[in-house]
Design a protein around this ligand. Structure first.
Ligand code: NCD
Ligand code: ZN
Length: 381
């Protein structure tokens, strides 16, 4: 390893001299999966990611979707304008949405790029499954020409790996969507396009973990993990009533799924990386009779990952997971800059407020989360 996390030990007070880690310095993290939206929400949330991450793979499910190089260039410019000078290095890496309008020719244009912007991956959303998935294919296997071209060009396919509708167009049980995708769609996809580079996004079930532990391969078949699927399970999602801030796709699952995710990251597998899936929604869309899917975690994501790695005694694996494995899949070097995290209790008490006065609540909000949550790690300013 050419780089190493700098872990500072301190000696605990009291009779027992326990060596405890109280700060960690790592390369600036890489977010393999980030939603920033557009307009006032984008301006409000982007600084939180830019402070913590050097690069992020930007999800294309905006309205309208990003499925041409022209719109990606415009979107890139809007994000860059929202990056504060203090975090000037933050570089958004653009993707295409696998809509019915996305052509093989556009993918080739995207792979070449223009005006300093190129396309790093193509994101597939199953029709109807999640926020702005109305432009997606019902089944990824229908997108034959596009997949063939991506395979030829080495353009990664980023998968929202859930089956939402069955062959009769009926909705599947949302707790089974990922399991069904892993059992059938994914093996068929990998068999048909044997050279395609694939990232299975936001793993949430033991089935996905079993599959990846067996078949995952650096540079070829990789997976991302969110902080909220590592931190929470559905017991908490339903604790004292349904917790809107935890409502997302894939849904947070059973405690045993969360435990398996934790065991997996502890192994330090080179094909597993951080993808926050931070997905901001305005307060009125979250606290509504039809709560929007999406967990907003940018202000706490790196801190949550550090807390989980600390809890499982794997802080030595944190830097590869956060800062090295992601960029390697996309053919990039880890960031030159560093961040330091320190072990200090704090609480998220405020909403992020847009310049139009709209509140966006982070997942661990002491007010709207599970109730008075305490974060154990924080970013050193
Ligand atoms: C995402 C969003 O809001 O854009 N929501 C979510 O629950 N994760 C879309 C997605 O990644 O599914
Ligand atoms: Zn997402």
């Amino acid at each position: 390893m050419p780089y190493r996390a700098l872990i500072s030990p301190s000696i605990g007070s009291g009779d027992i001299l326990a060596a405890m880690t109280d700060s960690i310095t790592i390369r600036k993290p890489f977010d393999s999966h980030l939603h920033l939206r557009r307009g006032s929400v984008l301006r409000a949330v982007t600084p939180y990611s830019a402070e913590r991450f050097g690069h992020a793979i930007i999800m294309p499910n905006t309205e309208p979707p990003i499925d041409t190089l022209g719109t990606a260039i415009e979107y890139y410019g809007e994000i860059r304008e929202a990056v504060p000078e203090s975090a000037g290095g933050f570089d958004p890496l653009m993707t295409f949405y696998l809509t019915k309008n996305l052509t093989p020719a556009e993918i080739e244009r995207g792979a070449v790029g223009a005006e300093g912007v190129r396309i790093y991956g193509v994101k597939s959303y199953p029709f109807g499954a999640t926020t702005n998935s109305q432009w997606g294919y019902r089944n990824i296997l229908e997108a034959k020409d596009v997949l063939k071209e991506m395979e030829r060009l080495g353009m990664p396919l980023l998968l929202h790996g859930e089956v939402h509708l069955n062959d009769q167009d009926e909705e599947e049980d949302p707790y089974d969507g990922e399991k069904l995708f892993i059992a059938d769609t994914l093996p068929r996809l990998l068999d048909t396009y044997s050279e395609l580079k694939v990232s299975l996004e936001h793993m949430s079930t033991t089935e996905a973990i079993d599959f990846m532990e067996k078949n995952g391969k650096e540079g070829k078949l990789v997976a991302t993990v969110t902080p909220h699927h590592l931190m929470y399970d559905r017991t908490q999602a339903f604790s004292g009533g349904y917790r809107a801030l935890l409502h997302c796709k894939p849904l947070v699952k059973r405690r045993e799924d969360r435990e398996r995710l934790r065991e997996m990251i502890k192994k330090g597998l080179p094909f597993v990386s951080a993808g926050t899936d931070s997905a901001p929604h305005p307060e009125n869309k979250k606290f509504s009779s039809c709560c929007a899917f999406g967990v907003f975690n940018s202000p706490v994501a790196v801190e949550m990952y550090a807390q989980v790695f600390d809890e499982i005694g794997a802080l030595d694996k944190l830097e590869d997971f956060l800062s090295a494995n992601g960029p390697r899949f996309f053919g990039l070097e880890p960031d030159e800059n560093k961040i330091t995290l320190e072990k200090k209790d704090w609480q998220v008490t405020e909403a992020v407020v847009t310049d139009e006065g709209v509140n966006i609540w982070p997942v661990a909000s002491a007010r709207h989360g599970l109730g008075n949550e305490t974060m154990r790690w924080r970013l050193r300013p």
